[in-house]
Design a binder for this molecule. Structure first.
Ligand code: ASP
Length: 343
């Protein structure tokens, strides 16, 4: 029997495997094309297997049921592999990574999402390094034979980050991702430098794959001049269960009574309102400024240092799990898998 770690590559699409058609538009290609481009794969000391979405997609087309599809694939193959690498478009990778972190309860093995800014066949591509190092990370074990990173993470341009802490911050740079509110889990240079204190502790028990997500939510970004009438209309959708309100700075909003009235009406109808900052880093501190006191008084739930991406995925997950809004609100304040830090 082989002593080499077994890694499953799950190809969902994204730039990494794309090619330019006759008009120059980038379109997804199949897994065989991708593997042909990286002959180095056969030289990595792992037993590599792969599965692919029948139709690889641009990650802008990812939907919650695709997140469930990836989680289910991991669940079905969990016993046979030491780690998993998910090849994914970078555009919505932070959402998928967040969702997987919640869907894969009790995960004890690495799930590393990666992709690239340039297709794998192009000369200056960032895809090869991202792919090869992601596989090495998924296979990495500590001195006791336990996985180095028993959690869902994103590897991009020499940095390994907790998946539900990542944001895509650049549309062109190879350094496309950041983890503004949590230290990197590892840095790749000549050596892989791990940061053990930032990595989730090893867990015991078995994996539980959740499959229910509820997408009856909205994200509303405040801006100077946002109209109360428009906000009232957006919040009046009959099936709306929860809203991620992205606010200014440490959780501040305009104090216009009409605008606050629109929020209060939604709250009174049972819509859960969450306050997440539109800043890339830092946290919400409701009540620190007068401009967030009204939100605090009406029972808007502070989002601490959740990213918008993690907030969206966590809300869908909790709404899928709990019927009562009060139970979702209660569960929101407890970190499930390192997605936020208490003050
Ligand atoms: N549009 C692409 C995607 O997210 C971009 C990328 O892969 O980096 O699928």
């Amino acid at each position: 029997m082989s002593q080499r770690p077994a890694v499953l590559l799950i190809y969902t699409g994204g730039t990494i495997g794309m090619w330019a058609d006759t008009t120059g538009t980038l379109r997804p290609m199949d897994l065989a094309h991708l593997e042909d481009q990286v002959p180095e794969l056969s030289r990595i000391a792992v037993d590599l297997s792969s599965v692919a979405f029948e139709q690889p997609i641009d990650s802008s087309d990812m939907r919650p049921n695709d997140w469930v599809r990836i989680a289910t694939l991991i669940g079905e193959n969990y016993a046979d592999f030491d780690g998993f690498v998910v090849l994914h478009g970078s555009d919505t990778m932070a959402y998928t990574a967040s969702a997987l972190s919640f869907l894969l309860e009790g995960l004890q093995k690495p799930v590393v999402l990666t992709g690239s800014q340039l297709p794998i066949g192009t000369i200056r591509t960032d895809a090869k390094e991202n792919l090869i190092t992601a596989i090495e990370i998924a296979a990495a074990k500590d001195g006791d034979g336990r996985p180095m990173v028993p959690e869902v993470c994103v590897y991009f341009e020499y940095q390994l980050m907790r998946g539900n802490r990542t944001v895509k911050v650049h549309a062109e740079r190879f350094e496309a991702f950041r983890s503004p509110n949590w230290p990197v889990l590892a840095e790749a240079g000549v050596h892989l430098r791990w940061n053990p204190s930032a990595i989730l502790p090893h867990r015991t028990g078995s994996l539980k794959v959740h499959t229910r997500l509820d997408d009856r939510i909205a994200v509303i970004r405040l801006f100077p001049g946002i109209r109360a009438g428009w906000l009232r209309h957006a919040l009046s959708q009959a099936d709306l269960r929860a809203v991620v309100l992205t606010t200014f700075g440490s959780g501040n909003a305009p104090t216009d009574p009409d605008l606050l009235g629109a929020l209060q009406e939604a709250k009174d109808r049972g819509v859960l309102l969450l306050n997440v900052t539109q800043c890339v880093g830092g946290r919400v501190e409701q009540g620190r400024y007068a401009t967030s006191q009204a939100l605090q008084a009406m029972g808007v739930v502070p989002g601490a240092d959740h990213t918008v991406e993690a907030a969206v995925a966590k809300l869908m997950f909790l709404l899928g799990r709990e019927r009562a809004t009060a139970a979702v609100e209660q569960a929101w304040g407890t970190a499930i898998c390192g997605e936020f830090t208490l003050a």
